[in-house]
Design a protein around this ligand. Sequence first.
Ligand code: HEM
Length: 209
Amino acid sequence: MKLREFIRKPVAKIALVTLAFAPFAWLCVGIFSDRLGPNPAEYLIRSTGTWTLRFLCITLAVTPLRVISGWPEWLRFRRSLGLMTFFYASMHALCYSLIDMGWDWPEIVADVVKRPFIAVGLTSLVLLSLLASTSFNAAVRALGAQRWRRLHQTVYVIAALAVLHFYWMRSAKQNFSEVVLYGAILALLMAWRIWHAWRVNQSPPGVRL
Ligand code: HEM
């Protein structure tokens, strides 16, 4: 079956969501089989944080993929991918506040004051929850297309905060290789958007790029 035919089918979305939950399922298997190493809380926080970043990159890659391939069908996956980003970010925050900090709020507040990179992560989670709660058709209708689009451009702020959060966390260990990798991917995706918006602006009226 051709790829374009496949991505038009409802089963493609089911396959994508199933695949997107696979890392989470694998982490659950790791918890129950006690295979997460000497510090399971740290392992869980780090894996869910990395998967949040990966899903953010994949979500932001949908529009370039649609424009470059000329297949509008790719857009069918954007909302599910955005919601998966939110899911992994929520699991990441849950692993931190429940497994690592034992839901001890005074302790969490003291830790956030001591390590402000956590406050940066928290800000991106609050913004992500705003986007997740307005990702449905009813919200698009209620807000109006233009206001909805402007609100959802906050995803670029989220991407910048996510990289800052990662960079700040790693600066204690001076280990920046992955930060550079994800920072470069996100910067490239944003640069493409700016370039594409400029091209659309330059094109004669009626020509759709
Ligand atoms: C969009 C949201 C977020 C993204 C993309 C993100 C991403 C990441 C990444 C990639 C790491 C490092 C993983 C590694 O070193 O391998 C990390 C670490 C961490 N994040 Fe987040 N994060 C987000 C939100 C949050 C939130 C909301 C909290 C807490 C409420 C949080 C708390 C932490 C903590 C405590 C660590 C360090 C764990 C340690 O010391 O080992 N993050 N995050």
